[in-house]
Write a protein that binds this ligand. Structure first.
Ligand SMILES: *Cc1c(COP(=O)(O)O)cnc(C)c1O
Length: 458
């Protein structure tokens, strides 16, 4: 008989998680103002809020923690990380930062000025924040099919090359310091970008005399999709694919909390020495001296090892397979999800789940609350609450999609946990017609309101 799938690791240390009763959860969510960010983690059974910084480190990473060199300057941990980054990405120059947005802050301090235009594929919110903060504009050139949750295409995270070329044609090159590609495309549902799309984007950047920067938080998951979906890559190793991807770029920003499987950390890596030199000043001001930049020696060691762990094919297969497994369970139960399932999360379509709930009553937030009440599972609303009000009219903005994201931490939960999540969602789905009204906002901040808003049932 064909052997079933089994993970390429076993458990050495365990962390208890806590069952609770529905009356307890009723009390906790009410005290949290119906905002899952306000819950205490001990009151959550399965935490799918984010895959960022929530992964489990390996024994090799933990042993590296003991070997950290905490010297202020010239630490061996810095050189270990430099050599890992050079080996994995091919980039010569690198600066450590405390997380991904800090890498954006430092690099954009060099490259972005007022009035600039930075085209890309669905800029991540902090990336967009760092662009707009400098009074520049992020122009989203994602392919149109990305917003169709039913369309099954292999590389739904791609940039639309025609849209991109139009931006390059319509604007003077001195106002386009770089094009940014996000691998995988987080905002479009963890959807991958093909090697062909990366190569053609780099060709356009060259032709128009600008640069290509990769927002690389999930570069390894993206490489896995290239290997398994793109013609000509099946026999290439993940590391070979990763090297090819980065060979097309001028530089990268990295949130190490994703594919490098550490709890905190980030970096910038670059081809060009002159940009590196300019960036060092900003790194020293914002992050720390260039050989630690906001990271401890032990964290740099764990990150160096995490880059090797995270680009291992068998690990990546277990990771992407588990996300797909949850997706297949939900599909089997008839629950509307975004297709195809991406690399780090399953997205449930709340507009189809609760079609009878008015959008002014935030169906995705309602679904996230009901899932928590059902089984202590914490997901996150990606819909109108997160979209904030229009800065000018102050009216609620309603994005085309209203989703609940179930992000899967790396190497943390078993397939039994995935079965539990799927069964809980199925129960919520079966009771969907009993839910007549949604959620209202009681109190909110002017921007990024989803983190702190106080909500209530209508
Ligand atoms: C998480 C993330 C960032 C920001 O990184 P932090 O480590 O959270 O600061 C930037 N881009 C993408 C695509 C991300 O997923």
């Amino acid at each position: 008989m064909t052997l079933p799938y089994a993970e390429p690791f076993k458990t050495k240390m365990v962390e208890p998680i806590h069952f609770s009763t529905r009356p307890e959860r009723e009390k906790w969510i009410s005290e949290a103002g119906y905002n899952l960010f306000n819950l205490r983690s001990q009151d959550v059974f399965i935490d799918l809020l984010t895959d960022s910084g929530t992964g489990a480190m390996s024994n090799a990473q933990w042993s590296e923690m003991m070997m950290g060199d905490e010297s202020y300057a010239g630490a061996s941990s810095y050189y270990k990380l430099k050599s890992a980054i050079n080996e994995i990405t091919g980039f010569e120059y690198f600066l450590p930062t405390h997380q991904g947005r800090a890498a954006e802050n430092v690099l954009f301090s060099v490259l972005v000025k007022k009035g600039d235009i930075i085209p890309g594929n669905s800029h991540f919110d902090t990336t967009k924040g760092h662009i707009e903060y400098r009074k520049a504009t992020a122009v989203d050139c994602t392919c149109d099919i990305a917003s169709d949750t039913r369309a099954v295409v292999p590389f739904k995270g791609n940039v639309d090359l025609e849209k991109l070329e139009k931006v390059l044609n319509d604007n003077p090159v001195e106002n386009i310091p770089f094009i940014i590609l996000t691998l995988t495309n987080n905002t479009a549902g963890g959807q991958p970008v093909s090697m062909e799309n990366i190569r053609k984007t780099a060709d356009l950047a060259n032709r128009y005399g600008t640069r290509l920067i990769l927002d690389s938080a999930r570069f390894a998951e993206n490489a896995y999709f290239i290997k398994t979906r793109e013609e000509g890559y099946a026999d290439k190793s993940i590391r070979e694919i990763v090297r090819e991807v980065f060979s097309y770029a001028d530089g990268m920003t990295m949130s190490s909390k994703k594919d490098a499987i550490v709890n905190m950390g980030g970096f910038i890596a670059l081809k060009d020495e002159s940009i590196y030199k300019e960036a060092t000043t900003f790194n020293i001001i914002f992050e720390g001296f260039i050989t630690y930049g906001g990271m401890t020696g032990r964290d740099m060691n764990a990150l160096a090892q995490g880059l090797y762990d995270g680009t291992d094919f068998h690990y990546l297969e277990s990771r992407i397979r588990q996300v797909g497994y949850l997706g297949s369970k939900l599909r089997e139960y008839g629950i509307p999800i975004q297709e195809p399932v991406g690399g780090h999360a399953v997205f449930v379509n709340a507009l189809e789940f609760y079609p009878h709930i008015n959008r002014e009553e935030f169906p995705a937030q309602l679904l996230a609350v009901e899932l928590y009440l059902e089984a202590g599972i914490r997901g996150i609303e990606i819909g109108a609450i997160m979209a904030d009000r229009d800065p000018v009219t102050r009216k609620n903005r309603f994005p085309s999609l209203e989703l609940v994201r179930l992000a899967i931490p790396r190497r943390v939960y078993s397939d039994n946990h995935m079965d539990y999540v799927a069964a809980a969602l199925r129960n919520v789905y079966e009771k969907r017609d009993n839910i007549k009204r949604g959620i209202k906002i009681v109190e909110e901040a002017p921007i990024l309101r989803h983190f702190t808003a106080i909500l209530d049932r209508v």
